[in-house]
Design a protein around this ligand. Structure first.
Ligand SMILES: CC(C)=CCC[C@@H](C)[C@H]1CC[C@H]2C3=C(CC[C@]12C)[C@@]1(C)CC[C@H](O)C[C@@H]1CC3
Length: 379
């Protein structure tokens, strides 16, 4: 039983909005081209719907009511966040929307893929298991995990545009027989009880209004004996909500990343237990003794670039690269070539980047709290 109210779903409304805003842009090559093909009025609506939760709501004035209003509309808030941010993510980061650890001399995309393999390895994923990817983005991790482990994956996503992009990439790679995508709210999944051998979530369940709610729903759809693996976004034990600086970092991450309610590590651990999981492993991977920190591509420490090919990838993510592109899209918006709100979205992603780096440097935040839990045979 979820401890928060669920938002009423309306798949017809969402499909119509997706058609109006994104048109055929899901077929465009690359995020940047897709970004310039949106319907202006629909994008306006998405901007207003998303930013109403954040405009004029500073960290020092934060109340339980403002946080509750975000939690109450968790699904709409997140759906519109990804209506606005997906193309910039793809342009600036690629098709796997998550952070990772870096080994010495490792290229960016190699490190991203290794992080996905590591989760599959820790969960013991095997050929032909039926696996659910909760909050699958445009399917980068799912495609990698299918190739790495031979599993069959169903990607669940609340954003039609991301599903269209994900479906197109899976077809392009000839993986459609192993990989399918379903539209739905992960707090009320459209699957019967006991339907998956394994479930994973990579930096996605932070969009839930309640960790207990989402972990309980995952528990429900897992078969008895099935395994759940997650990389969770959490505030660490060092985070003090009464410290205004800490709170500003947390709110900056929430605004810039479409999160209604980010929690501390202790809340996630308790939620796993309450949901019924037997914990097999939990660890903050950000605390490992790695040569480079997880946030380095956003922090602009170019000295860590490991290959020539990475120069073009990483420069886009740095403050300088971001600044140039954001000014460019701002100019396109001014002359009417990009829709209203493109600049505002870019500014909010820049705030996300700065807050994530600050949270990482000050050890207040982790995007890679690994938990592996099992549903008992007799639940
Ligand atoms: C939101 C959640 C739960 C996960 C996504 C994690 C990351 C993939 C994103 C978090 C902040 C994002 C930013 C970008 C790409 C994707 C993230 C790293 C950009 C680098 C994309 C290009 C823009 O110009 C700047 C962005 C800064 C933030």
């Amino acid at each position: 039983m979820s401890p928060v109210a669920l938002e009423k779903e309306d798949h017809v409304r969402d499909a119509e909005f997706n058609k109006a805003m994104h048109g055929k842009s899901a077929q465009a090559e690359g995020g940047f081209r897709a970004m310039l093909q949106k319907d202006k009025a629909a994008q306006n609506a998405a901007v207003d719907e998303y930013f109403k939760h954040w405009d004029n709501k500073a960290a020092e004035d934060e109340t339980e009511e403002t946080r509750k209003a975000r939690r109450d509309e968790y699904a709409t808030l997140t759906r519109h966040y990804y209506n606005l941010a997906t193309d910039l993510y793809e342009y600036g980061w690629g098709q796997s929307f998550h952070f990772c650890r870096y080994a010495f001399g490792e290229s960016f995309y190699q490190a991203i893929a290794r992080h996905e393999h590591y989760l599959a390895h820790m969960m013991g994923l095997r050929d032909n298991m039926r696996v659910l990817d909760v909050g699958c983005g445009v399917g980068g991790p799912a495609r990698e995990i299918v190739k790495f482990s031979g599993v069959n994956v169903v990607g669940l996503n609340n954003n039609n545009y991301q599903i269209e992009r994900a479906t197109r990439y899976a077809e392009k790679e000839g993986l459609s027989h192993k990989l399918s995508f379903t539209k739905g709210d992960f707090m009320q999944m459209p699957f019967p009880d006991n339907s998956f051998d394994a479930v994973y979530a990579i930096e996605a369940t932070v969009h839930a209004p309640s960790l207990e709610g989402i972990y309980s729903e995952i528990f429900r759809v897992l078969k008895p004996g099935g395994v759940f693996g997650v990389y969770e976004w959490l505030m660490t034990d060092n985070y003090d909500n009464d410290n205004p600086h800490h709170r500003e970092i947390r709110l900056g991450i929430e605004i810039g990343d479409g999160i209604s309610n980010m929690e501390k590590v202790e809340v996630a651990l308790k939620a796993m237990e309450t949901a019924g999981f037997v914990m097999e492993h939990h660890e903050d991977l950000a605390d490992r003794d790695d040569p480079y920190p997880w946030y380095w591509p956003l922090s602009g420490q170019l000295k860590y670039i490991a290959s020539v090919g990475d120069i073009f990838t990483i420069v886009r993510m740095t403050k300088l690269g971001r600044g140039l592109v954001h000014r460019f899209v701002g100019a396109l918006e001014t002359v009417g070539l990009a829709p209203r709100g493109t600049q505002k979205t870019a500014d909010s992603l820049a705030l996300a980047a700065d807050s994530l780096v600050a949270g990482g440097r000050e050890k207040l935040f982790t995007p890679m709290y690994l938990m592996v839990g099992r549903k008992p045979e007799k639940a």
